[in-house]
Design a protein around this ligand. Structure first.
Ligand SMILES: NC(=O)c1ccc[n+]([C@@H]2O[C@H](COP(=O)([O-])OP(=O)(O)OC[C@H]3O[C@@H](n4cnc5c(N)ncnc54)[C@H](OP(=O)(O)O)[C@@H]3O)[C@@H](O)[C@H]2O)c1
Length: 271
């Protein structure tokens, strides 16, 4: 039966940035499909809650604090997973994001931090996870969570869009390099109503964005979780190196952040 191909019975999945939002929804979706989940973010109480939701699905969970910007914490995350479960089948690189900012106002340090958060950390974690996938089952699936900013022109998102575009190409290249044992795919996420998005979007901006999306609403975290389940599971067994767009059909940018004209910014800075 085709639905059997979506089952993840007894698979072990690590989902980064899973204290709330899209990451939490992915944990619950994979758990409902039968996986045991390692949930991680920086706030213990949030990951504890995600882990509780996973256990409600009848699956085991490990709730860990991990800052994906810190290489030693990525190592500890993989070690703790191996200690608890003895294998890793699925990695979802979900932690990521950035605050919109005019390009001229992005410092060298914050540019590098955004690249580290959205591109370098997923690479470093994949590097650490793949040897365990190969040694234990000889296979695995990696899902990278990208953004519409990686393919659309959104003012104020140069740092973030560039990092996520790098993530798309990392997905593309690792897909071929790790095939046929390990599949690597991505999701190009449109505007989702999550706690992270709420911190940068007013209700008025959300309503305006929804009106420009052909499906006439912002996305839900479960819209992305459903695609993550497809990509993590054998249902997508002949898909690798590609990113799927889930955005309510919004080819046109639904959002505009207020970015002052260059001249205005340069005069402000006394330039
Ligand atoms: N929401 C959207 O509209 C949208 C659109 C396009 C793409 N995306 C992408 O989707 C992914 C999830 O977005 P979201 O909106 O669900 O985010 P969110 O609501 O802000 O949740 C982010 C999660 O990541 C954790 N996190 C933040 N910094 C972290 C770090 N340094 N190390 C580990 N965990 C960290 C947060 O918890 P702590 O702060 O406690 O660590 C939280 O649990 C991101 O990659 C984002 O770029 C989202």
């Amino acid at each position: 039966m085709i639905l059997d191909q979506f089952r993840l019975t007894d698979k072990i999945a690590i989902v980064t940035g899973s204290g709330h939002g899209i990451g939490r929804a992915i944990c619950v979706a994979l758990a409902e499909a039968g996986a045991n989940i390692v949930c991680c973010a920086r706030t213990q109480s949030d990951v504890d809650e995600t882990a509780r939701l996973v256990r409600e699905c009848g699956r085991e969970s490990l709730a860990l604090t991990c800052d994906v910007l810190e290489t030693d914490q990525l190592e500890s995350l993989v070690e703790a997973t191996m200690q608890q479960f003895g294998r890793i089948d699925i990695l979802v690189n979900n932690a990521g994001g950035a605050i919109p900012r005019p390009a001229l106002k992005v410092s060298e340090r914050s540019f590098e931090k955004v690249v580290r958060f959205n591109l370098t950390s997923p690479f470093l974690l994949a590097k650490r996870v793949v040897p365990h996938m190969i040694r234990t089952s000889g296979s695995g699936s990696i899902v990278n969570i990208s953004s519409g900013s990686s393919v659309q022109q959104i003012a104020g998102m140069a740092h973030y869009g560039a990092a996520k575009a790098g993530l798309n190409q990392l997905t593309h290249l690792l897909g071929v390099e790790f095939a046929p044992s390990i599949r690597v795919n991505g999701i190009i996420v449109g505007q989702i109503d999550t706690p992270g998005a709420a911190s940068v979007l007013s209700d008025e901006m959300k309503a305006r964005a929804a009106s420009k999306i052909p499906m006439k609403r912002l996305g839900r975290d479960t819209d992305i979780a459903a695609c993550a389940l497809y990509l993590a599971s054998p249902a997508s067994g002949w898909v690798t190196g590609h990113s799927i767009t889930v955005n309510g059909g919004a080819d046109e940018v639904p959002l505009a952040f207020p970015v002052p004209a260059l001249e205005e910014m340069i005069h402000e800075d006394g330039g």
